[in-house]
Write a protein of this length. Structure first.
Length: 337
């Protein structure tokens, strides 16, 4: 059966940006259909090309829409229309608060997942392999029908259901940057690569991302004229460089830096200029950059900028809006292991 609709989930508030991105990339092929907060579907006009990939910056999970189901018992009938057998089942909430999904929502999702696992005999916990198909069941508010879809996993996409983790922002964290950093590391599976590494962080204050990196065993050189959290300053593996990123000189740094990190409220073009200057000298093992999108114009300029980054990045470049991002996206590049 040829698909007639596609779906994509996104961060709350990014629905207009996602629609603009799809209109620019797939004009004439996809037209908007059904929309709820953090979920959009499009009608396919004609037939998708054989090599079609949804891609983009703002979609967190995207694939073929199989339709709606009022209960778990209705999902097997939707699955029976497929010619390919999914390898995994992902069940996740449609509405995702920026600081993490509440426990009561996860309890409702987990109960449905248990029902579906028994009905479909599909695993849920293992990490997907490239080209494997995943059955997505997106759970809305109580009483709302579920959207059932299918996507094919590709490198650079989220491995977890909905791109989500069970973590929430700890109340004691210096800033929301802690959650963004944790999600960045888990996204591409590099969370265990920080131990013993030296990190240069441009824009470190007040220290949310810094604390995440330190807790994972990194030594961090934090570049910021702003005040750092006292717990970060007291950490033996933290070095505070009280200069702006533009005034930072190579002589201030150690001989080797393994990872370059940045989360500064400047245009992505300027951030990438700063990072490229140091990346060409070091060269690093990885990049983790938060790129601010303060206007539709900056959104339009980002794809060609990302193409330029690919020329000097240490490995494949992946860019995506993470659940904890606001008006920004995260770029990660890591040397292939």
């Amino acid at each position: 059966m040829l698909p007639t609709f596609l779906f994509a989930t996104c961060r709350f508030g990014s629905e207009p940006a996602l629609k603009r991105e799809v209109a620019a990339r797939y004009a004439g092929l996809l037209t908007p259909a059904f929309m709820r907060p953090q979920l959009i579907t499009w009608k396919i006009q004609g037939e998708l090309p054989p090599d079609f990939r949804f891609g983009g910056l703002f979609a967190q999970v995207a694939g073929i829409s199989l339709g709606m189901a009022e209960s778990a018992a209705e999902v097997p009938a939707l699955l029976s229309t497929l010619s390919q057998r999914p390898a995994l089942l992902h069940v996740f909430p449609r509405e995702v608060p920026e600081d993490g999904v509440p426990e009561e929502t996860w309890a409702r999702v987990d109960a449905l997942e248990a029902e579906l696992t028994a009905l479909l005999d599909l695993p849920t916990a293992s990490a997907p392999r490239p080209a494997e198909y995943i059955l997505d069941v997106i759970v809305g508010a109580p009483g709302e029908p579920m959207l059932v879809g299918l996507h094919q996993y590709q490198p650079g996409e989220f491995k977890t259901a909905g791109g989500l983790s069970r973590m929430q922002l700890p109340p004691e964290s210096p800033s929301r940057a802690w959650l963004k950093m944790e999600q960045s590391l888990i996204w591409l599976g590099v969370e265990n690569e920080l131990k013993g590494r030296v990190v240069l962080e441009l824009g470190s204050a007040p220290g949310g991302a810094t604390l995440s990196l330190l807790n994972r065993g990194a030594t961090v050189y934090g570049v910021d004229t702003g005040a750092m959290d006292e717990r970060v300053l007291a950490h033996p593996q933290f070095h505070h460089l009280r200069v702006s990123a533009g005034d930072l000189q190579p002589s201030m740094l150690p001989d080797q830096v393994d990872v370059l990190v940045s989360d500064i409220n400047l245009e992505p073009r300027i951030i990438c200029q700063y990072v490229e200057k140091f990346a060409s000298r070091l060269p690093p093992l990885g990049l983790i950059l938060t790129l601010k999108l303060n206007s539709a114009k900056v959104e339009q300029e980002l794809p060609p900028l990302i193409q330029k980054v690919r020329h000097w990045a240490p490995g494949p470049v992946y860019t995506r809006q993470l659940p904890a991002n606001r008006r920004e996206v995260t770029l990660v590049s890591w040397a292939e292991r």
